[in-house]
Design a protein around this ligand. Structure first.
Ligand code: WTA
Length: 674
């Protein structure tokens, strides 16, 4: 975030108490906070009994003896899928709509809990017939269609582990993830709809498996028919999903697995090049998913229609499209396509048509709707909406107030929810029926979660002050590690603040935050080399490595520059090899390299700009000073250059990037607080 945005956050004084009708029917109760303060483990044990049906009850709440790898409810047993399906049917809710889905072309499907349960049973049988069993990894590379939910639940039902890869990732990224997880089966589709066209998915799977060659652990590829596009077929390996399900028996008894049985691996960007496989397990994850979903969104499952706009390829899609809502027997709305296809009011049309009552989305979406103007949403009836949620990046007060006024009819409360792939579920949020809201603040840790803002040295800051966000006690949905890399797990999250010799383990989140006089938390963005583009995490190092791997490139530096719509944008500075300089113009190099990154990682990583330069600003010890490059990318006056080996370099870069820093728009702004 820019210093201007941080300043506007911290001087924000508007307050919004809970609307009477939400407060009266509030699912969340102040007792939750009281109990969790007095007896945190007792609190979680109660929530675990309330939110989950255990095949074998647990007797121990937390085993922290193997810290920092937690075991929650460890002697309990459950089946995660049966908790999302069968138990609701058994409770007489079989006719309730589980999923109402609309495809981008406008095709609609409605699936009840009884139907979803039947479909998952068949899919589980089909996967079992392909040899998938407890602990096996299954990669899922699908568009946002109901089969994506069925696939995840079928894998979970078998006690196997899914690794969902976002459909926008490239063949190379898919390859890396399949290889790291050692997947046995891949579930994909011929294609899906996006921006009015079919985008093919199967060719990326073919390419990824081709790259793997004999290293491939993949025995079968299940293909859902969606795009009806032509695809290549390997008769020994590929199977149509519908054929496999048709051939599978209808009945499937859900086996109970230990609470710590792995549920999924989800890859996310870190500060170093290689994405990390974040590992989550079953019991604790499901408990905190269901608890937070119910309370943070004030879920009334009998009447709400809940829509989380995230793709299932991200953690938000795992926890708040699939596991949380389905464990709570909610009616989930799903939409396959893009917000502006075929017209810019598409989301609002969907809310009107399907009577959506709870909307959970990202600030970047809100900001792009703001740009288009309020007359677009105002052309639709949005009065069904009662609760709004925000996730993925800090929401600036202007966007917050616009969201509440224009989308929420000047009444719907907004919950700004802070969490991470690693935390599994929401960690900081207001409660709509209890909290007086402050635009731009995520506000309070959810009950049962302990958070502190610390100095670099690990000392708690006194409010009002800023520092680093840390979680000071284990929580049920915490990650259990990084797949195949216990060292990196310790190093990344537990080395900064923990004192293992004193038995003190503190989780370092990588975010800066400010705490105000009331104890409310204001998130200020990442403090490491992780960028946040449209709410998606990208690593500067990963993109730099990708650029340098291109034979034209000698050196590259990447920064996240603040961007009005996407929060941050990727900006790269590249030195082309001397021997190749004559081959293209700078503009051509720039285009080729933007395309290169999109091809290697995925379109979300495509740099907004690639500047071709002849030097990079380095310290005398050779470290690239990204801070200065960010100044140039954001059109700010360049900061302190005294530690540069050659201070003249910055002048050159400014000239080459064609964006000489202007003082006019930024003069007089407060200094960065972090
Ligand atoms: C950022 C997404 C401010 C943060 C659920 C975090 C937020 C990273 C918020 C995790 C929020 C997420 N306010 N920043 N409400 N929510 N973030 O793993 O920097 O994709 O560390 O999980 O997103 O991104 P991830």
């Amino acid at each position: 975030m820019s210093s201007y945005e941080i300043e506007s956050l911290l001087t924000e004084a508007r307050r919004f108490p809970p609307p009477a009708e939400i407060a009266e029917g509030s699912i969340a109760h102040p007792d939750l906070y009281r109990q969790s303060r007095e007896d945190r483990l007792g609190f979680w044990a109660d929530r675990a009994r309330e939110c989950v049906t255990w095949a074998k009850p647990f007797t121990q709440t937390l085993d922290w003896s193997g810290a920092p790898v937690a075991r929650w409810f460890a002697d309990g047993e459950l089946n995660v899928a049966a908790n999302c399906l069968d138990r609701h049917v058994d409770a007489g809710l079989g006719d309730r709509i589980a999923i109402r889905w609309e495809g981008e072309p406008g095709d609609v499907r409605t699936i009840t809990y009884a139907e979803l349960t039947a479909e998952v049973k068949r899919a589980a049988n089909a996967l079992a017939a392909l040899g998938v069993g407890q602990g096996d990894r299954v990669a899922i590379y699908l568009p946002l269609i109901p089969e994506a939910v069925v696939a995840m639940l079928a894998v979970a039902r078998l006690g196997a582990v899914h690794s969902v890869v976002f459909g926008g990732f490239s063949a190379q990224s898919l390859h890396d993830r399949i290889l790291d997880a050692g997947a046995k089966v891949v579930i994909t589709a011929d294609g899906g709809y996006r921006k009015g066209k079919v985008f093919a998915l199967k060719p990326a799977v073919d390419e990824a498996l081709g790259l793997l060659g004999s290293a491939s652990t993949v025995e079968h590829v299940l293909v859902v028919r969606r795009g009806e596009n032509d695809i290549a077929w390997d008769a020994d390996r590929d199977l149509w999903w519908h054929d496999a399900l048709r051939a599978a028996p209808a009945e499937h008894a859900a086996e109970a697995f230990e609470a710590e049985n792995p549920l999924f691996i989800l890859y996310t960007s870190g500060t170093t090049g290689k994405p990390k496989g974040i590992l989550h397990t079953s019991g604790g994850y499901l408990v905190q998913s269901a608890f937070t979903h119910r309370n943070v969104f004030d879920l009334h499952p009998e009447s709400d229609v809940y829509w989380c706009t995230a793709d299932i390829g991200w953690v938000t899609g795992h926890t708040y499209v699939v596991y949380g809502p389905l464990a709570n027997a909610a009616t989930v709305f799903l939409y396959e396509g893009t917000p502006d296809t075929p017209h810019p009011g598409r989301w609002w049309e969907l809310i009107e048509r399907h009577g959506v009552t709870i909307l959970y989305t990202a600030p970047t979406a809100i900001r792009s709707f703001m740009k288009l103007g309020r007359q677009i949403p105002q052309g639709f009836d949005l009065t069904s909406l009662r609760i709004l949620g925000s996730v993925g990046e800090p929401i600036n007060p202007e966007a917050w107030v616009w969201y509440r006024d224009v989308i929420g009819g000047e009444r719907a409360p907004i919950v700004d929810t802070w969490w991470q792939t690693e935390t599994g579920t929401i960690m900081i949020s207001a409660m709509p029926g209890l909290t007086t809201l402050k635009p731009g603040s995520a506000q309070l840790p959810v009950p049962g979660v302990r958070i502190d803002i610390l100095t670099e040295e690990g000392v708690r800051v006194d409010p009002p002050n800023g520092g680093l966000l840390a979680v000071t006690e284990p929580w049920p949905s915490m990650l259990r590690g990084i797949w195949g890399d216990p060292e990196r797990y310790l190093e990344t999250y537990w080395s900064k603040f923990s004192r293992p010799d004193e038995g003190k383990w503190v989780y370092f989140a990588g975010d800066g935050a400010h705490v105000d006089e009331d104890g409310d938390i204001w998130l200020l963005g990442r403090v490491d080399d992780v960028m946040n583009v449209s709410g998606h995490r990208l690593s500067t190092t990963e993109i730099e490595s990708t650029l340098v791997a291109n034979p034209m490139v000698a050196e590259a530096a990447v920064v996240g520059a603040s961007d009005e719509t996407t929060g941050q944008a990727v900006v790269a500075y590249v030195i082309v090899k001397q021997s190749r300089r004559e081959e293209h113009t700078d503009a051509e190099f720039s285009e080729l390299l933007r395309a290169h990154v999109a091809k290697e990682i995925g379109a979300i990583a495509r740099p907004r700009q690639v500047y071709i330069v002849t030097e990079l600003p380095k310290t005398r010890s050779g470290k690239i000073m990204r801070r200065l490059l960010r100044d140039v990318a954001e059109g700010r006056p360049i900061g302190d250059t005294t530690t540069l080996a050659d201070p003249a370099v910055m002048k050159l870069i400014e000239e080459m990037s064609g964006s000489p820093a202007t003082t006019s728009i930024t003069a007089g702004l407060p200094k960065r607080r972090r």
